[in-house]
Design a protein around this ligand. Structure first.
Ligand SMILES: [Zn+2]
Length: 119
């Protein structure tokens, strides 16, 4: 099992950022983006090529500008392979668009224990 996990991580070039446990951004950054938000799907190669100087370079990254933000994500299968979901990734990257620093201060545990009842 450990070998399989190591292999998967190597294939996906997972950075320490996403090798950590699932988490949510802090509440102050976890809200809709107030500007033009663009989301694109790219291959892992394209992601690494484009994210070299960006906020994050692993499964996705964001390019915050003054009034717009561009998010690029790899294919959903790759995101799910490391236990994340597209929704979580978008919330993560959108939080960077909203100004969340690259060092991820104040991240919240996921899944949150909200005590919700299933229908
Ligand atoms: Zn991040």
């Amino acid at each position: 099992m450990r070998h399989l996990l190591t292999t998967a991580a190597t294939l996906l070039f997972v950075t320490p950022c996403l090798a950590q446990q699932l988490h949510l951004p802090p509440v102050e950054y976890d809200h809709p983006y107030n500007g033009k938000l663009t989301v694109e799907r790219v291959t892992p190669e394209e992601l690494r090529a484009q994210c070299a100087s960006a906020v994050q370079s692993s499964l996705g990254c964001s390019f915050p500008r003054a009034n717009s933000c561009r998010i690029i994500l790899v294919d959903e299968a790759l995101i799910r392979a490391v236990g994340w979901t597209v929704e979580l990734m978008l919330r993560h990257e959108r939080a960077h668009c909203n100004g969340w620093p690259q060092s991820h201060p104040g991240k919240r545990p996921y899944p949150p224990n909200e005590g919700r009842l299933l229908p």
